[in-house]
Write a protein that binds this ligand. Structure first.
Ligand code: CUA
Length: 389
């Protein structure tokens, strides 16, 4: 009897919790109402079975409980009729669960002809966005072209890529009411681009291009997440999708740099740096670009706040405490050895998770110069430390 009551309570509590639980989906901001409908159908079917099975269990526990003097139930291991009913019922139930999802998925990857293209590039641990230029075509890419100066890996020889618009930062804009085809690539591991109010998400498998489409229907600024555990910086892998009217979108789009213009600017900068090799400015810029391209920024901030690793603000010239109780002055030699071999020693208070990153000697020097540019001179750091006390 106790078991029957417990089963009954579980059913009532589950249904009641569903009615009051605060974890509902965010308001829908795209055309994918059918995505929500599919989930509702699944919830109703599984919920119905949950309730019916548990109530049936409670009933049998009470109805067929052990009683003194009662005769044992007849042995009936097989019942053709019952089996047919069960097989038929299960088949219909599973079909009802799967069919709506298949229909929606087929629509999800069948893009309307007038959809504009947006490329999403995932890498540990940030999002990048690229739009086709005036020709409406994205230029070819290849992993071997990826560098700090060319984080998308665009093929410099492909003319179609020269007018591609490269979005700086992690925020992309979209015009309201116009279908968008999202093409997704990854430079390293499995990621998943997910914008909850759009209901759109898709795994991004390295080496292939995934796709889906949607039409944004409500203006707003929505957070884009990574929905696959992709390493220690995974929770920091965030971006934004801004949905706005056509005029605002056009203004934003017009201001974007093209791949061709960026190449020219970089060539000019390189020529400048070659003329004045002693000047640190170009190197610091290169270091900043590297920190971005190599994903350092997912774990290290430059504003003093702490993420997975120590902030770079004021790091240079600081006396850092190590996990083994020793201290070390953060200077050029320290940074170089630490970046080259992050597991050799561990900074106190931080998990030992820094990955080894492939850098040429020149890139390492640029990155160190950049971190150095964010540090305080020792005298100032000492005064700050005194003031903090
Ligand atoms: Cu990328 Cu999680």
């Amino acid at each position: 009897m106790t078991i029957a009551v417990v089963l009954l309570l579980i059913v009532v509590a589950s249904v009641a919790f569903h009615a009051v639980n605060p974890w509902w989906t965010t308001p829908l901001a795209s055309n994918w109402q059918r995505m929500d409908d599919t989930l509702t159908i699944t919830l109703l079917i599984t919920g119905l079975f949950f309730v019916v099975i548990n109530l049936f269990l409670a009933y049998t526990v009470v109805r067929f409980r052990h009683r003194e003097g009662r005769r044992v139930a007849p042995h009936a291991p097989e019942s053709r009729t019952l089996e047919r009913w069960l097989i038929g019922g299960t088949t219909v139930g599973i079909m009802a669960l799967l069919a709506p999802g298949l229909v929606v998925y087929a629509n999800y990857v069948r893009t309307p002809h007038d959809a504009r293209v947006l490329e999403v590039l995932g890498q540990q641990w940030q999002w990048r966005f690229r739009l086709p230029g005036a020709d409406g075509k994205l230029g070819a890419t290849d992993a071997r072209f990826v560098s700090a100066a060319n984080p998308f890996g665009l093929d410099p020889a492909d003319a179609a890529g020269l007018d591609d618009l490269l979005v700086p930062g992690d925020e992309v804009h979209l015009p309201i009411g116009q279908p968008v085809l999202v093409l997704m690539r990854s430079h390293d591991v499995l990621h998943d681009f997910f914008v909850p109010p759009i209901r759109a998400r898709m795994n991004i498998v390295p080496g292939q291009v995934s796709r889906f489409w949607f039409t944004p229907t409500v203006a707003g600024r929505y957070e884009a997440l990574c929905a696959q555990l992709c390493g220690v910086g995974h929770p920091n892998m965030r971006g934004f999708v801004v949905v706005e009217d056509a005029a605002a979108y056009d203004a934003w789009r017009t201001a974007l740099p093209t791949f061709g213009a960026m190449q020219l600017a970089q060539a000019a900068k390189a020529a400048q740096a070659a003329q004045a090799p002693a000047g640190g400015g170009g190197r610091v810029d290169q270091g900043r670009a590297l920190a971005d391209a190599k994903g350092c920024v997912a774990c290290h901030t430059i504003d003093g706040s702490t993420r997975v690793g120590p902030t770079w603000k004021g790091l240079y010239g600081k006396n850092e405490s190590m996990a083994d109780g020793s201290t070390a002055l953060v200077d050029e030699a320290y940074l170089r050895s630490f970046i080259r071999d992050p597991q050799a020693r561990h900074v106190k208070g931080f998990p030992p998770v820094m990955p080894k990153i492939d850098l040429s000697d020149e890139e390492l020097a640029a990155l160190v110069a950049y971190i150095q540019s964010l540090g305080s001179p020792p005298a100032q750091a000492a005064t700050e430390q005194k003031a903090a006390r």
